[in-house]
Design a protein around this ligand. Sequence first.
Ligand code: DX5
Ligand code: ZN
Length: 221
Amino acid sequence: MAEPKFAPSILSADFARLADAVKAAEQAGADWVHVDVMDGHFVPNLTFGPKMVADLHKATRLPLDVHLMIDRPEDWVDRYASAGATYLTIHVEASNDVPGTLQAIRSRGVRPGITLNPETGVDAVLPHLGAVDLVLVMSVRPGFGGQKFIEGSLDKVRAIRAALDQRRLAVELEVDGGIKPNNAARVAAAGATVLVAGSAIYEDPDGPVAALAKFKRAVLG
Ligand code: DX5
Ligand code: ZN
């Protein structure tokens, strides 16, 4: 098992000090920064817009992994692409035109991703595997940090891993929600290549740099 990439979610960081949060992620050896965009409609919470992504893009050299928890993501592709998103991930439940939206993302030079809620079966994303650079398995109901990992998500990770391998697709398989040092190795062993963690990084009393070191120790064994 190769070491997974780590994508700290700034959802659990101090929103008044986000530049410090991304600097800490860099210092800790994070691979990406995970940016949770919420619109108060698709999920019952509100966070960032395109200007925040543009400002974060100026503040860090790390790739910005933008998770759009918004209705009608097709209406926002241009603005998030212009803001400097590296990956732009849409929910399969949120768009009337998933293939067209993924294509629009790619045509803007951004890496398209697809994700699914815990209630949604993997069959919803399988038709899109050939059109994406990333599949994100939500292991909590989206909207808030600090929730408990849904164990049934591991079966979804295994099923998507098998489908990607069978089709020889080099697509990142990311898992988001409730990931801690004590379950990270199991998630990676199920086939994930990218682990998102919010509260376990930014609410660790030892600080984000020490927190990410705990994750790395946990997955290296
Ligand atoms: C939930 C977000 C997650 C969240 C993860 O809607 O998509 O990225 O920040 O937070 P933790 O790691 O605390 O579950
Ligand atoms: Zn997320």
